[in-house]
Structures are given as C-alpha cells and as structure tokens.
Design a protein around this ligand. Structure first.
Ligand code: C2O
Ligand code: CU
Length: 497
C-alpha cells in the first residue's frame, strides 16, 4: 500500500535542480510577499477608472452579415414629395439602415457609381484602422466604377452611421449617409426601434440641390445651412404609436453644419445613449444639442392616458428661427401596459480631477484668408487637405494606447466647431475651465464660439485616426488632422510626406 509520507524530494530529481529548488522557493516567496508597489500616479488612476468601461477587443463572431452598398445618382421624392436629384446609397435618402447584432461580422461590398472618387467612413465605430475609410490615410479613394470591401466586427453596440470621407461637404450634402445599428446581443424589448435622420437642404432657384459648395459665405459661417429641414428626407414625418407604448428613437444629425436643439413638445423622453454607447444615468433629452455627426437614442414612453393627441417635435437651436421636425401621433388603439425592463447603465468615468492633470495637446481653432476656397480653417495654424499631398498630413499628437490623455480645444473664432475623433470615445470634462459631468461618452463634441473645451480619452485601438470639425465645409477647408495611437513607449510609424 503506498504511503504518502515519503520524503519531500523524490529521488529522481537531478542534483543541480535539487540544489536550485530551495533558491527557487525563496525567490517565489519573495515574489508573493505584498510587494511595495509604487503608488499609481493620477493619470494612471484616471486610466484605471476607464478599465472595463468599453470592451478592449471585438467579440468572436460566429456569423457574417453581408450587405451590398452602391453609391449612385438617383431622383427621389423628398422634402414635401417633390422629386429631387440626389446621390444615394442603394437608391434611398437616407441610405439603408444596416442592422447587425453585436457579435456579428459586418461585410459591406461597396460599389462606387458616382462621377467622383469616394470612400465609406463608419462614424463612431471602433474598428481596425484599415477599415476607417479615410482617403490617403487608411485606403486609396475608390474611383468611379471601383469597389471596396469593408469588413469588421463592431466592438460596441449602438447607433452609428456611415458617409463618404472624400469631398464630404458635397457628397454628404447630396444625400450620401446611412445609419448603422449595432444591436445589443439581446435587444431591449421596446415596442418600436426606429431611426430618425435629421438633415437640411439648400436648394437653388430651380428647386435643385444648390451646386455651389464650399462658398465663402459658408466658410465664413457655420458651414452650409439649408432652409428646408427634414426627418428621413421628408418634411412631413409622422410616427404613430399607441398609448402606453415604449419606443427607442435613434436620432442622427446628418446635416453639414446645422445644429439641432431638441424640443420634444412634452413627450416623455430620456436620453438612453449618446453617440452610440449608453448613458450612465437617465437625463432629460429636452434641450440636447445635436451637432453634425452626433446621435442620441431616446427612450420614449407614450402616456397611457394620452388619448388621440399628437406631440410636435422641433428644433430650437436658433431661438428666433425654430423648426418643426416631426409629429408623434398617438393612435386611438386601447392602451396596453408599458413594457418594463432595465436599460443598461454602464459606468462612465467622472475624471473629477481631470482638469488638474496635464494637457497632452492644445488645439487652437481659427481661420485665415487663403486656400482653394478663399478661407482656410485650421488646427494650430495648419490647414489639412486630403486630396493634394500638401505636406501637412502628419499627426499632430501621439496618444499612448490605453493611457489617459487630455486634449484642449481653444476656439479663437466666433464659429461653431463640432470636433469629431475617429476610432475612440471620449468624455467632455471641461468647458471654459469649469468641470463638466456629462454621464456619457461621445465621439463628437460641439465647441461653441470663443469657447474652450477639455476632453479626456483613453484610446483602446491602435492606428492613425482622423480628428476633424464635423462642419463639413470647415473640414474641407482644412480643419482636419491626424492622431496616432501607439502602445506606450513606442513611437508612431514614420510620417508620410
Ligand atoms: Cu462623420 Cu470623419 O466623420
Ligand atoms: Cu468647424
């Protein structure tokens, strides 16, 4: 019968190892002792606050959802129903809403049937840098008649959108934009889940899309603002809902320059998500400023006793010139109980001490006379151009991967600049030096006239990412730059010149 009281060291252990073992044991003991770890610096603590806020990696995808996407000129009934010659994805404006579920791979077989080169950029989506659709940086532009396959597994569920990144001020304005919905692994049981794309149109005397793009007037102001405001391409959008219904309304501002300030006309609605990801606590959606590029997801409950009334949804960004957007019509169906369920409330770091930490890079926003359109918009005195290798396409900041960075934007101009970062979410932590506590992340933040905005970011995806003003005329006239995200201690890849 075997006994277990044998000597601790079996006999077949070779002698040198036998001698080494006690030393190894001592070493291991030392390693296990509560080591005097150096205290975390404030920036490391700030980065740690971001741990697990967003998934670092894409989920392992079992299925692939394939879409064909073609950009082409087409004539459509838009606005009040009149026909309008536009450029469209798959023949509709807005383009198709592509829906995938988190954990699925998205494959988009894109074909360019436009008379201009183009690309497709996936606004707000954290994806591999090569799929980001930035001409001359992540891919060559797709020529007329050309094709390109975009394929990636979205890391985050939420409301995103896609649009060209070549001559955006013209191509997006002509109608090229669509929504990408990445549903949760288990979608929330709303009665309706729908998309509202806000846009505006400037028509010429003949009623066609005014072909004068990037005018001096637009550049000297907040880009191209059109008189005709639409929701899903129509000025007569109505949404029907029964009493007691609970709706998820995903709203995108696809306008070139116009900012919308939501007026929900008394409709009970909370902000569920901003720029894709969920808010950490419920806040009212009334008065939210939706700058170009921004999305909000509303959690709307139609009161059970609403009767057959309607709610007028509007925009009050310019108080003296409000716009009607859409109406929500409560049907005369009998009320059914409102679906009750918990919505995700992820942790969003507060970074309460963030304004005391060092600034990684300051960007001063301003314009000067010059450039191809007569006025150039600049970050720190430099105007960027996608198309001609003007020598300015070098990154203007390097952000260490997984580390906390603070960026500051000082608006030296009297215009609006919605600043958009590709490939990462950030939190606005300061406006004019005062701490801001928005309970959500963003990918686009409006910098008002003469304002200073501080944002904090922990980028989780390596690559060369664009940062630009989402007033597309400002971007076209130079207000773009590149940020490199590299592993800490590594230097960015060689600059292209
Ligand atoms: Cu909607 Cu470069 O962005
Ligand atoms: Cu701008």
């Amino acid at each position: 019968m075997p006994t277990f009281s044998s000597p601790a060291m079996p006999r077949y252990v070779p002698l040198p190892l036998a001698r080494a073992l006690p030393l190894l044991a001592v070493a291991l003991l030392a390693a296990c002792r509560p080591a005097p770890t150096p205290p975390l610096g404030p920036e490391e603590q700030a980065a740690r606050e971001f741990a697990n806020v967003l998934p670092r990696d894409a989920p392992a995808a079992r299925t692939t959802r394939t879409f064909e996407l073609t950009a082409a000129p087409v004539t459509l009934p838009l606005l009040d129903g009149r026909s309008l010659a536009v450029w469209a994805y798959n023949g509709t404006v807005p383009g198709p809403t592509l829906r995938v579920r988190r954990g699925e791979r998205l494959r988009v077989e894109f074909r360019n049937a436009l008379p201009q080169p183009t690309t497709v950029h996936w606004h707000g989506v954290r994806l591999p840098n090569a799929m980001d659709g930035v001409p001359g940086v992540t891919q060559a532009p797709v020529p007329p008649g050309g094709t390109f396959v975009y394929e990636f597994v979205p890391k985050d569920a939420g409301t995103f959108w896609f649009h060209p990144h070549v001559r955006g001020s013209e191509q997006v304005e002509r109608g090229l934009h669509g929504v990408l919905v990445v549903e949760d692994e288990r979608p929330l049981p709303f009665d309706q889940d729908l998309v509202w794309v806000l846009d505006d149109w400037r028509l010429d005397a003949s009623g066609a899309i005014d072909p004068a793009f990037n005018t001096r007037h637009d550049l000297a102001h907040d880009g191209r603002w059109g008189r005709d405001v639409t929701v899903n391409g129509r000025s007569d959008t109505r949404l029907f809902a029964r009493p007691g219904a609970r709706l998820r309304v995903r709203i995108l501002n696809a306008a070139n320059g116009r900012v919308f300030r939501l007026d929900l006309g008394g409709l009970p609605a909370q902000l569920l998500a901003v720029d894709g990801t969920y808010a950490s606590r419920p806040i009212s959606a009334d008065g939210f400023e939706l700058a170009p590029g921004n999305r909000v997801d509303l959690d709307v409950t139609i009161p059970a006793n609403a009767g057959a009334r309607s709610y007028a949804i509007g925009d009050r960004f310019v108080p003296r010139a409000p716009n009607a957007l859409a109406t929500v019509e409560v049907t005369s169906e009998p009320a059914r109980p409102t679906p009750r369920f918990e919505v995700p409330r992820p942790r969003v770091p507060r970074w309460a001490g963030g304004l005391a930490l060092p600034i990684r890079q300051t960007y001063r926003l301003d314009a000067r006379v010059g450039g191809p359109f007569g006025i150039e918009w600049m970050f720190n005195g430099e105007a960027f151009r996608h198309e001609d290798a003007s020598g300015h396409e070098h990154p203007t900041a390097t952000l260490p991967l997984g580390a906390w960075s603070r960026l500051r934007f000082v608006n030296d101009s009297s215009r609006l600049h919605p600043i958009h970062l590709h490939g990462m979410f950030f939190r606005v932590i300061g406006r004019d030096g005062a701490f801001v506590d928005e309970p959500f992340l963003r990918d686009t933040a409006l910098v008002h006239a003469r304002e200073t905005v501080d944002l904090a970011v922990v980028p989780l995806d390596e690559g060369r990412w664009m940062m630009h003003c989402h007033v597309l005329e400002h971007a076209e006239a130079g207000m773009m730059t590149l940020l490199d995200v590299v592993p800490p201690g590594q230097s960015p890849p060689a600059h292209r010149h």
